[in-house]
Design a protein around this ligand. Structure first.
Ligand code: NAP
Length: 309
């Protein structure tokens, strides 16, 4: 089968499209025939070696941790899926990924995809959607009527977070540059904020929950935007306990964990027309390097999909 692998950490020249053996599945695995994958910033962060102390890969490794496709085979102990089922997943990141014709994934990391999603849309949803859900629902404990600030609302995680927060009945404020203000409104934001027009404090009334997709200076500015008792959930930088205490709020860090439960929750929102990924770019498997450069630009709107077959 074809797979895009790296044999060493480095720039886009390390991405190699190769012929390798189809994965052998364990008893609790599903073999997915990959129709589509999608790019997440973690893909190029791993390629560059930024995460090598955190996730010690034995190279070569196939990159990519979003997938939609059909079940090609099931392990001996798998009872919930059948060959031919249309599924999607964010597989465990320590295993070989989804820039390939086939990927082996634990059955409990897979869900049937909604018929309302084509394979590209289904591949755009798992990693970013599970992350947004874990921030807002599992950790943030979002409630109807709360004011929620989503940083980088035009990005992969942000545009899904806006939609999930709206589906939960929140009032959503989202940030982006001038060119993406209209898009934030299309995703459902009640207030679109241009981060280049004055400070966030000048533009945003106090909120109950902040989803921090940017870290650094943006996280530093966000403490003062929270109501007492509120919460900042970051997916980029571990929030400071001292600053949280100083502002009488909570801070939390989320690192996405695979979850078929949350995939089914996302499906439910899709079925209710409350959630749909926005796809700005599509590339074939042999153009992964271009897709990585697009993601590294930091300017992607919604998601980048890889059409595999
Ligand atoms: N911890 C986890 O489990 C986890 C999971 C997923 C992602 N992440 C991390 O979270 C980050 C975001 O991921 P992503 O997939 O959403 O990234 P992305 O899709 O590449 O984000 C791109 C978006 O960021 C916006 N942006 C850039 N600077 C901004 C600023 N100062 N204020 C507001 N918006 C800004 C851009 O909009 P403009 O062009 O309008 O500025 C663009 O639409 C990445 O660092 C990723 O690695 C972590």
């Amino acid at each position: 089968m074809r797979a895009v692998r790296i044999h060493q950490y480095g720039g886009i020249e390390t991405l190699k499209l190769e012929q390798i053996d189809t994965p052998v599945i364990n008893a609790d695995d599903i073999l997915i025939k990959v129709k589509a994958s999608s790019i997440n910033p973690v893909d190029w962060k791993i390629r560059e070696g930024y995460l090598k102390d955190f996730i010690p890969y034995k190279l070569p490794v196939t990159l990519g941790w979003d997938v939609a496709g059909t079940v090609a085979a099931v392990g001996d102990s798998v009872t919930d899926f059948n060959v031919g089922d249309e599924v999607f997943s964010r597989p465990e990141i320590s295993r070989n990924g989804t820039y390939a014709d086939f990927v082996a994934v634990k059955a409990d990391e897979v869900a049937l995809k909604s018929a309302k999603l084509d394979f590209g849309q289904a591949a755009a949803l798992p990693l970013a959607g599970i992350t947004a859900w874990q921030c807002l629902v599992d950790v943030g404990q979002i409630k109807a009527g709360q004011r929620v600030l989503v940083h980088a609302g035009a990005g992969g995680v942000g545009h899904l977070a806006i939609q999930i927060a709206k589906a939960k009945g929140a009032i959503v404020i989202a940030t982006a540059s001038a060119k993406n203000q209209e898009l934030l409104t299309q995703f459902g934001a009640d207030q679109a904020v241009d981060y280049n027009q004055g400070t966030l404090l000048e533009q945003i009334e106090p909120v109950d929950l902040v989803v921090d997709t940017l870290g650094g200076e943006v996280q530093s500015q966000s403490w003062a935007l929270l109501k007492p008792g509120g919460m900042l959930v970051s997916i980029v930088d571990q929030p400071s306990e001292d600053l949280a205490k100083e502002h009488d709020v909570k801070g939390a860090f989320v690192f996405i964990q695979p979850s078929s439960r949350i995939l089914r929750e996302l499906n439910t929102l899709v079925e209710k027309d409350q959630l749909m990924p926005f796809i700005e770019h599509r590339f074939p498997l042999d153009k992964i390097a271009e897709a990585h450069l697009q993601s590294q630009s930091g300017r992607t709107r919604g998601k980048i999909v890889i059409d595999v077959s």
